[in-house]
Design a protein around this ligand. Structure first.
Ligand code: DAH
Length: 355
């Protein structure tokens, strides 16, 4: 009779399809109310000899079923793990994230680099509107009434707003005016942004970008201007011994004024930056004219400072070897793929401007 029970239980063990089903078989055989346990309970009613014989047989059966349960349990657990591993398969050789296809435009990248360098020197970023009035763009900057820059041929004029003559700003210098009118010295700002002039040829586009700098306090002098721009140019072009040359020049809003050249070498249609004896103009600068300070409500007997202005496209072309200005604004995806920058490679002095 025990043999029949054994065969039945063993086949139930082997037929259990998963761990819960197997546990049910275990409870039915060996649990408190299990069938083998039931027989064990009946042993008390037997004669000592019968009890011994029956007890041994039952113990052997119990051991055998327990062993079969363990073996089946291991088998089912292994199958379960195998199925899970199969289902949760992960190809660790795949890249974490596919590379993004979008690119940062070289103008944006260049302005971000400039901001990173000047921020390190303690400048903050100021902004002004693209649509300006004549006062902020010209008058407050000491342009005389008949100055050629005010000509229709150079400037995009818009319909007047009341008695204000409106225009698209021709430079970022009006941001100087707005900053001085709206805050008190000490002032230390840069103003990157779009600018507009009525011009279009190989080296001019009607819209382009500039970055303006302004420092006003009680003691800032031409030496500080020089140090600031030398520091900037060497960091920006990544040439440690890049020489700078300050040439006397004229701007209505600065006195004295200078144009800055950087050292270069022109050879076989190529241009190399460094200490090679040749020069290339890159920016305008000077000490802020007392008339400008006064027009902006700043006491010119107490305060002084410097300003500078630079074309962003021009230095971007120089730094990244982009030969044609007009391609910046053609929105050609192939061009952007070639000259653009990978997003999240944000310029930063600590890890380098570009990687
Ligand atoms: N605004 C000038 C331009 O558009 C550039 C410039 C020159 C800005 C000298 C300045 C400066 O602040 O001091 O050509």
């Amino acid at each position: 009779m025990l043999d029949a029970l054994k065969d039945e239980l063993l086949s139930l063990v082997n037929a259990a399809a998963d761990l819960p089903a197997l546990d049910e078989v275990r409870v039915n055989a060996l649990g408190k109310k299990g069938r083998i346990t039931g027989f064990m309970k009946e042993l008390g009613g037997l004669s000592p000899d019968e009890r011994k014989e029956r007890g041994q047989a039952l113990n052997a059966l119990k051991d055998e079923i327990a062993a079969a349960l363990d073996a089946r349990k291991a088998e089912l657990a292994a199958a379960h793990m195998k199925a899970r591993l199969e289902a949760e398969r992960l190809d660790v050789t795949l890249p974490v994230r596919p590379e993004t296809e979008g690119r940062i435009h070289p103008i944006t990248q260049t302005m971000d680099e400039m901001v990173a360098i000047f921020a390190e020197m303690g400048f903050s970023v100021a902004e002004g509107p693209d649509i300006e009035d004549d006062f902020h763009n010209f008058t407050a900057l000491n342009f005389p009434p008949g100055h050629p820059a005010r000509d229709m041929h150079d400037t995009f004029y818009l319909p007047d707003a009341g008695d204000k003559r409106m225009l698209l700003r021709t430079h970022t210098s009006p941001v100087q005016v707005r900053t001085m009118l709206n805050s008190k010295p000490p002032i230390r700002i840069i103003a990157p942004g779009r600018t507009y002039r009525s011009d279009y040829d190989m080296t001019h586009t009607p819209m382009f970008h500039q970055i303006e700098g302004l420092v006003i306090d009680e003691a800032t002098n031409m030496g500080h201007l020089k140090g600031c721009l030398v520091e900037f140019c060497r960091a920006f072009f990544d040439v440690d011994d890049l020489p700078l040359r300050f040439r006397p020049s004229f701007f209505p809003f600065t006195e004295p004024s200078a144009e800055v050249d950087i050292g270069c070498l022109r050879k076989g249609g190529e241009l190399k930056l460094g200490n090679y004896g040749d020069w290339l103009e890159i920016l305008g600068c000077g000490m802020v004219h007392p008339n400008v300070l006064e027009a902006c409500g700043i006491d010119s007997t107490k305060y002084q400072g410097f300003a500078f202005g630079m074309g962003v496209e021009r230095v971007a072309m120089l730094k990244y070897g982009i030969p044609d200005l007009r391609t910046f604004f053609e929105a050609d995806l192939r061009w952007l793929k070639h000259y653009g920058f990978v997003p999240l490679d944000i310029p930063n002095i600590a890890h380098g401007l570009t990687r």
